[in-house]
Design a protein around this ligand. Structure first.
Ligand code: HEC
Length: 142
């Protein structure tokens, strides 16, 4: 009789545990990197215009910043094959691809500003002008 009661209690506790832990844990699974969908900038980002458009001199400076801060992940030619990117999920984007290059400068600007895990946000660490320089450099990679 007694053992039956204990057995019931243990089963009940186990069930409650399963429910709470299952409940607490489930929202986290929404953030696993593998489930991260395609990264799309909002339409409003397309309206941000590049103040350095056509400025050839900015490309050299943009390349310098790229080598310093982006190459580790995105690779020497922007292919997404940087050393630090090899173990990341998702993989760093191929910045030479036509899918990438078909975006507006504003959308790319927005993404560099925002970042998305595992890519950091550069909103405060790279001044706006430097970010436009990088974009002008990225346009030479296609
Ligand atoms: C720690 C590694 C890392 C560094 C450093 C890094 N990125 Fe990224 N980047 C990523 C990853 C990973 C993604 C893909 C993110 C996703 O799809 O959610 C990405 C995506 C992007 C995208 C969006 C690509 C697309 O498909 O639209 C741009 C633009 C970009 N990176 C530019 C840069 C620039 C510019 C720098 C340097 C200032 C930089 N990244 C530094 C890892 C990195």
């Amino acid at each position: 009789m007694k053992t039956k009661k204990i057995f019931l209690n243990v089963t009940l506790l186990g069930f409650i545990y399963f429910l709470t832990v299952g409940f607490i844990k489930s929202p986290q699974t929404d953030y696993t990197p593998i489930e991260q969908g395609k990264w799309v900038a909002p339409a409003s980002a397309d309206k941000i215009t590049n103040p350095l458009k056509g400025d050839i001199a900015s490309i050299v400076s943009g390349q310098k910043t790229y080598k310093m801060l982006c190459l580790v992940c995105h690779g020497p030619k922007g292919k997404g094959d940087g050393m630090a990117g090899a173990g990341l999920t998702p993989k760093p984007a191929d910045l030479t691809s036509s899918t990438f290059q078909s975006q507006s400068d504003g959308a790319i600007f927005w993404k560099i500003e925002q970042g998305r895990s595992p890519m950091p946000s550069y909103k405060t660490s790279i001044p706006e002008k430097k970010r436009w320089e990088i974009i002008n450099y990225l346009r030479t990679l296609k």
